[in-house]
Design a protein around this ligand. Structure first.
Ligand code: HEM
Length: 232
């Protein structure tokens, strides 16, 4: 459903899946209303905004956004990072030796191969221009975050994967008022994974067949099998 030009078949399938998912969540909300639990849905049902509770539809859409945004991107960032480190053993060695912390390295992983390639916006005003090119009101504009992350005017040698860049100014989490709400959690998840992996003191080897997802918006792997082989 996030792809730029879905076929009718994909559109119908994603609408049906979203409908099924919403109905499933409404059932869970009804169950929590009968018996609250110590979980996010129950907390959302208790929450108030300006003194008013959220409607069931608002709880459903919030839960959907959190699950989709919170799960897919982190999964793909993890696999993109593991694949990049396996392809650059010198960089993996810098992390394992302690020269570069996992905390610093994840910023380069997010810059180098971001899991979300682009987001769209609509031009709401007249007279909006980029680089002297006027973009008419009502136009849909794609912001290719992944390209910005490799802009040579911003990043020296942008094609080089260098976990020691110590620069978190990438756009993998977007920017402005819609900057990723879950960025601190995503960073924590990625740092924890990398710390655990680095503690094994093993080489990272990606085994064939490695299969990239064919989707454009979500960039990740359909299949990525990793062997941790003792480095002796
Ligand atoms: C590596 C992992 C992640 C990446 C790369 C990522 C990236 C992004 C990007 C680029 C946006 C901006 C979308 C836009 O401009 O329209 C965004 C928004 C958002 N993200 Fe993430 N995200 C990640 C993980 C998470 C997690 C773990 C959560 C929550 C548990 C989350 C929740 C959200 C939400 C709620 C928004 C919408 C914010 C708004 O529109 O105001 N994300 N994310």
């Amino acid at each position: 459903m996030y792809e730029p030009f879905p076929s009718d078949e994909q559109r119908i399938a994603s609408d049906a899946a979203a409908g099924d998912f919403a109905r499933y969540l409404l059932d869970v909300i009804a169950a929590r209303r009968r018996q609250p639990a110590d979980d996010l849905l129950s907390a959302l049902m208790d929450a108030t905004v300006d003194g008013e509770r959220l409607t069931d539809d608002q709880i459903v859409s919030t839960a959907m956004v959190l699950l989709m945004a919170g799960h897919e991107a982190t999964v793909n960032a993890t696999t993109n990072g593991i694949a990049a480190l396996a392809a650059h053993p010198d960089q993996w060695a810098r992390i394992r030796s302690g020269e570069i912390t996992p905390r610093a390295a994840i910023e380069e992983i997010l810059r180098f191969d971001p899991p979300l390639q682009w987001f769209e916006r609509w031009v709401l005003d007249d007279g909006f221009a980029v680089d002297g090119v006027e973009i008419p009101r009502g136009s849909r504009v794609a912001l290719v975050l992944a390209a910005a992350n490799r802009d040579p005017r911003r990043w020296p040698e942008p094609e080089r994967f260098d976990v020691g860049r110590a620069d978190s100014g990438h756009l993998a989490f977007g920017g402005g008022i819609h900057f990723c709400l879950g960025a601190p959690l995503a960073r924590l998840e990625l740092e924890t994974t990398l710390t655990e992996l680095a503690a094994t003191e093993d080489e990272l080897v990606v085994l064939p067949p490695t299969v990239r997802r064919t989707t454009f918006q979500f960039r990740g792997y359909e299949r990525l099998v990793v062997r941790l082989s003792a480095s002796g």
